[in-house]
Design a binder for this molecule. Structure first.
Ligand SMILES: [Zn+2]
Length: 292
């Protein structure tokens, strides 16, 4: 589906802080503009031919920089008081403004961007005088979501850009198969940082769990790490439980429908890992469900 103006007027943002969820309404259609800009950056939709030089849809992202209207600025040295943020796929200035507690205008000015201008994934953006860091969860009215499926990425490091590419390489033409990713502090991302995947912003089916038809009805939440070997960090569990509690409450998903990948009917996997601490996670979930 594509986002319509009607969808835009119903878009709400939940910001997750240490004290729970606060609700803020984001007016305007900035994400729609970002959606257009995102495609202008060369990430093809399923029906779009891959850019020249790309071997297949899966490898099409190789050509994304060449058609980007704004060359990505790399390795910016931040002036004092500024923070450098690497843009994830389909991350928008309105969402960044909420994340860091600065105005959209300040971000546009600091980066010589025009509102709605393409922001290529991987571009480094200057955030002037950030006041906070909050994980932002956009929610959209949609009665299709009946399950939340928790995964691990099964790799020690990762972030939305790299996993998006890995999934394209595996043949997922719409890229990153999850709806949300909870980072573990690797590859320059924060420990417990939440990345919202394009599939969520576009309210598309996931590509994370074929078993039980979960790709059509399940919100895919993945934590970076391999929890057959390691444990998720406290920060990851904190973010994941706040995220899942927020989603469960908003979409009226009962506790029994919050499952690990391996619990999906017909699944043959250890995901989210044999060491994933379900009891701790569920206790945290119950607590956050009561307080969000
Ligand atoms: Zn999985």
């Amino acid at each position: 589906m594509s986002l319509s103006d009607n969808d835009c007027t119903r878009r709400w943002f939940l910001s997750l802080g240490m004290k729970g969820a606060a609700l803020a309404f984001l007016s305007g259609c900035s994400l729609d503009k970002q959606y257009v800009a995102y495609n202008a950056c060369g990430y093809p939709k399923a029906s779009t031919a891959p850019p020249a030089g790309a071997a297949s849809g899966a490898g099409a992202a190789n050509g994304k920089r060449s058609v980007c209207s704004t060359a990505p600025a790399k390795h910016i040295v931040a002036p004092e008081g500024y923070f450098v943020h690497e843009a994830a796929p389909m991350e928008s200035v309105p969402r960044l403004a909420q994340t860091y507690g600065v105005s959209e205008k300040e971000i546009y000015l600091a980066n010589s961007l025009k509102p709605g201008e393409a922001i290529c994934p991987g571009r480094e953006l200057l955030i002037p005088h950030p006041k906070q860091y909050k994980n932002i969860v956009p929610v959209y009215r949609n009665d299709k979501w009946q399950y939340i499926v928790v995964h691990h990425t099964a790799g020690e490091t990762g972030k939305a850009i790299t996993i998006d590419q890995a999934h394209r390489d595996r043949g997922f033409i719409d890229g990153l198969g999850y709806h949300f990713l909870v980072d573990n502090g690797s590859l320059g991302k924060g420990n417990g940082q939440l990345e919202v995947a394009p599939r969520w912003v576009k309210q598309e089916d996931g590509a994370h769990c074929k078993a039980g038809g979960m790709n059509h009805v399940g919100i895919g939440v993945s934590l970076v790490g391999n929890f057959n070997n390691d444990l998720p960090s406290q920060a990851q569990l904190h973010t994941a439980s706040l995220l899942v509690a927020t989603l469960a409450k908003y979409y009226k998903i009962p506790p029994g429908n919050i499952i690990g990948h391996r619990q999906a009917p017909g699944a043959h996997t250890d995901c989210p890992g044999t060491r994933f601490p379900w009891q701790t996670f569920e206790a945290s979930l119950r607590k956050n469900f009561m307080t969000t």
